[in-house]
Ligand binder design. Structure first.
Ligand SMILES: Cc1cc2nc3c(=O)[nH]c(=O)nc-3n(C[C@H](O)[C@H](O)[C@H](O)COP(=O)(O)O)c2cc1C
Length: 321
């Protein structure tokens, strides 16, 4: 599959996840195997005003490429400036625009899923961004403000006409948040409507779900979010499953090594104190379902140093292997 002139090595995209898909997490997923990783959503206004916290979100490393950087905003001028800024940093391979975020703070600015109700403004934003960058450009949208998918079809059609190179669809309505089920039928309908690639997203919880989504919708690739938070191997497992019909299930030993790796990378990148605060919840996701994991989760929720975290992982490992 190609997005504009960018050849995508497989069929899997790590979803943008605010607060989660920071540089160390993306590197970990990439090391496990994944075709494309996506940044957290980045405020175009924040780039425009040179906010230090926003610019930090754009940090990247060669090893994670191809990288998609997701921008959110609602003003054509600042969106175009942000896209050009990202292009000039020479770290992003794709620019994605957020048409799906239903968080109040984002919608109040007229950004995220609020844009799906604004076809004229959408057109202006896409024209401005397309003019500002020649990087492959994608948009990630929801079904719309209601369940019908009509707004998605309208916005996607405008996007294709304005030179967007691929569409990512998470087929839930704005009001649904993450409740109920993603309506994959809307992905199938969108795929029939468009000539540019469609990437399906929503409720891929197991490797086999990805195959089902492709078979049912005809989508060109899949994007996985929450399942990768629990199992960072899932994207490589999906790519393997597509290529060979089988995939490797990581042993507890492999999972513990990834937990250690994430601990080292977080501490290196964020510093020990902030890293430990973030790792308290994050490390326990990886052992979900393992016998005795609730006691590890309790202990991990109190970690205050890298060595403390590493010792708890080793102790838990010794108990179960
Ligand atoms: C914690 C969290 C943060 C998210 N942040 C973003 C974001 O920054 N940009 C975006 O487009 N979607 C965001 N999403 C939505 C996901 O990218 C994805 O569309 C959604 O989780 C459905 O896919 P899944 O079923 O594979 O998780 C977020 C979802 C979660 C759970």
């Amino acid at each position: 599959m190609k997005i504009k002139n960018l050849k995508i090595p497989g069929k899997t995209f790590l979803a943008p996840l605010a607060g989660i898909t920071n540089l160390p997490f993306r590197l970990l997923v990439k090391e496990c195997g994944c075709s494309v990783v996506c940044s957290e959503m980045v405020s175009a206004k924040g780039i425009f005003y040179n906010s230090k916290n926003t610019i930090t979100l754009l940090a990247s490393k060669k090893e994670e490429q191809p990288l998609s950087v997701q921008l959110f905003g609602s003003e054509p001028g600042s969106m175009a400036m942000a896209a050009k800024f990202v292009q000039d940093m020479k770290t992003a391979d794709i620019i994605d625009i957020n048409f799906g975020c239903s968080v109040k703070k984002v919608m109040k600015q007229g950004a995220g899923v609020a844009l799906m109700n604004e076809p004229e403004l959408t057109k202006k934003i896409l024209q401005a961004v397309r003019k500002a960058t020649n990087l492959p450009l994608t948009i990630k949208l929801r079904a719309g403000l209601d369940h019908s998918g009509q707004q998605a079809f309208t916005i996607a059609s405008i996007a294709q006409d304005e030179g967007v190179d691929a569409i990512i669809m998470h087929p839930r309505s704005a009001g649904q948040g993450f409740k109920g089920k993603a309506n994959w039928k809307l992905i199938a309908k969108l795929k029939q409507q468009l000539s540019i690639p469609v990437i399906g997203n929503g409720d891929i919880n197991h490797v086999e779900d990805a195959k089902k989504m492709v078979e049912l919708t005809g989508c060109d690739a899949v994007m996985v979010g929450r399942a990768a938070m629990v199992n960072p191997f899932i994207l490589s497992q999906i790519d393997d499953f597509f290529k060979t019909g089988s995939y490797h299930t990581p042993s507890p030993w492999e999972i513990f090594r990834k937990m250690e790796r994430l601990t080292f990378m977080y501490v290196d990148y964020f510093g020990e104190k902030p890293a430990c605060k973030m790792l308290r919840g994050r490390l326990s996701w990886f052992v979900k379902g393992m016998a005795g994991c609730s006691s590890l989760r309790k202990n991990l929720s109190r970690i205050n140093s890298r060595d403390h975290a590493l010792a708890l992982i080793k102790e838990f490992e010794a108990g179960i292997i």
